[in-house]
Structures are given as C-alpha cells and as structure tokens.
Design a protein around this ligand. Structure first.
Ligand SMILES: [Zn+2]
Length: 321
C-alpha cells in the first residue's frame, strides 16, 4: 500500500519518520470508524486521538436541541482520553478522517478545550483514509496572544466605550468563575453608540460570555440602523490582561464578517482594544489586536462558504426582505 504523505502546510515540511507516519495513518483509520450523529448540520466529524503514552481513542461529533452540540469531535476524543489515560497522560495527537484533502481547523471552543487538556506539542492531523497526502499542523499555530501594546492611553479613560466595558466587568454575574477569568466588553459604532456585554454564568456551566452578550445587546438593544457601521471592540479586566477565550474570538469574527459584508467591506478586520485596570478602574496597560489576527486559521462562516447567509442575517435585523 502507498504511504500517505504527511505535510505541514505552513512550513511545507514533509514527515519522514516512518513510525510517525504509521501512527498518523492508524489514527486516521481509527477516526474513520467513529460514529457521528450530526442531526442538525449533517456535517460528520470523524475523529481519533492519541495520548503521550500511546493510548488511542476515537470520538466524533454529536448534536441535539436547537443548533446545539452535545460534543464536537475534538471534545469527544479529549473526554475519551481523559477517561482512558487520565490527566497525567495528555492527548498529543488529534486526527480527523476527512472526505477530501482539506485541513481541519478546530472551532474556537475546541481550541479552549485543547489549551486546557492537550499536550503543549499537540498536533492536528487531517486527511482521507488511505489518501495520497494529509496535513499535520502544530496546535500552537491556532493560537495568538502576542498583542501590540497601546502607547496612548490618556483619552481612553473617559471614553464611553471604555467606561461601559468597565461597568460590564464590574456587574458580571457568576457563581463559579474565578475573578481572573472575568472581563467586560463593549461594541462601539462609528457614530459612538455603545453596546456593552457582561459575563453571565449559570449553575449548569453554560455561560454567556461578555463579547457574545454585547453582540446580543447590539442586535436586540436598538433599532437604530446607523449602528451597523461598527468601529471597534473594547475589553476590560481588573488586575490582569483580559483572557479572551477562542470561543469568543470566533463569535466576534462571525459578527464582523456579517457586519463588514453588509458594509461592503468583506474581509476587513475590526480593531479590538484590551485594557488592564486596577481595582479603582484606572488603566494600567492597554493592548490592540483585531478580529482576524487574534483567531488564526479561523473556523467561521466566510471560511466555510456561508458569507451570503451572514449578510442575510444582518439584513433581517433591518427588516429588509
Ligand atoms: Zn469544535
């Protein structure tokens, strides 16, 4: 049988180690045996994984309810690996058996889960069972946290966007999350309307995060059409740099893709400003990134060929038929 060529699409480096090639191929074969139940999306994700000590597991995506998932493929194999091997033997390879030769990018939430439980050197493999070539990419390529420092912080302390984000941080509701995970958020429009969002936890751990809350507020909190020209996002945390989950970064990118498509600026990112304040609310430090930079190799509607649906979603907000 012809050996599959495993290639890193960023460096173009081809894996030469025969035992690695055999392991990767076995994992794709195992992934193809998983049993997805995508009852809503019909999109099957066949997944397998291997821990640092060589324990192999399989898993897949399962859906339920109204546009909700029971589990994504990555979450399924991480949960299976935790049961089989325990936290001391972290998962080091996650493999997808795909129907064509495409590189799989984990969604934002799965990136958060992998960051929590995966080995730091974890690699993502994706390819067809017995395909000619397959992709291998280190998980580190899917993360971005080297934000540019903001130098001019003087006028920000009195800006409505900052003050609303700070208020959202101080009014967060939660009974579990420790303070170091909390932040407040605001969406600011070109005509200086502000829509804030605060964290809302719940007893079953199904929280609404601040940026997602701000998007909800933006969508439903006004009928002013001019708000659709969005300028930027502001995030505030007390005593630490805001730690924004990739789940939120994905929500922001999806929101920006829709807004920018509506404004005929498809593909253009929007700025995100992050601030660390002290308990008195004074700014200690600031950083800047944008909706594309902080979420590399995105899992988003535009990248999945759904930009038209995004635009329609925004037009619906305006009551355009
Ligand atoms: Zn996912």
């Amino acid at each position: 049988m012809q050996k599959t060529k495993f290639i890193n699409p960023i460096t173009d480096i081809v894996i030469q180690d025969d035992s690695l090639i055999e392991t990767y191929s076995r994992l794709i074969t195992l992934a193809a045996e998983s049993k997805p139940t995508p009852v809503q999306s019909s999109y099957c994700v066949y997944t397998a994984g291997m821990t640092e000590n060589g324990i192999m597991v399989k898993g897949s995506n399962h859906e339920h309810g109204i546009t909700d998932t029971l589990t994504h493929g990555e979450e399924a194999v991480i949960a299976a690996a935790l049961e089989e091997a325990g936290e001391e033997d972290p998962i080091k390879i996650i493999a997808f058996a795909t129907l064509d030769e495409t590189m799989v990018a984990p969604c934002g939430n799965c990136r958060d889960v992998i960051a929590q439980y995966g080995h730091p050197d974890l690699v993502i493999i994706s390819g067809k069972k017995e395909g000619e070539s397959a992709f291998v990419i280190p998980i580190s390529e899917f993360y971005f946290d080297t934000f540019r420092k903001l130098s001019d912080l003087e006028n920000i302390a009195t800006s409505p966007g900052f003050l609303e984000a700070l208020k959202a941080e101080r009014t967060a509701y939660d009974i579990y999350t420790s303070p170091e995970r909390l932040y407040g958020a605001a969406i600011i429009t070109q005509n200086n309307l502000v829509f804030r969002g605060s964290f809302r936890g719940d007893v079953a751990y199904h929280a609404v995060n601040p940026l997602s809350a701000a998007i909800g507020n933006f969508r439903d909190g006004s009928d002013d059409i001019s708000r659709l020209d969005v300028k930027e996002f502001v995030v505030v945390s007390t005593d630490h740099q805001p730690k924004i989950p990739y789940k939120e970064r994905q929500h922001i990118l999806e929101f920006v893709e829709g807004i920018q498509a509506y404004n005929n600026r498809s593909g253009q990112p929007l700025p995100i400003k992050m601030f660390q304040v002290n308990p008195q609310g004074e700014i200690i430090e600031g950083w800047e990134t944008d909706s594309h930079q902080w979420y590399p190799f995105p899992f988003s509607p535009a990248h999945l060929g759904m930009e038209n649906s995004l635009k329609k979603g925004i037009e619906k907000l305006l009551d355009i038929h």
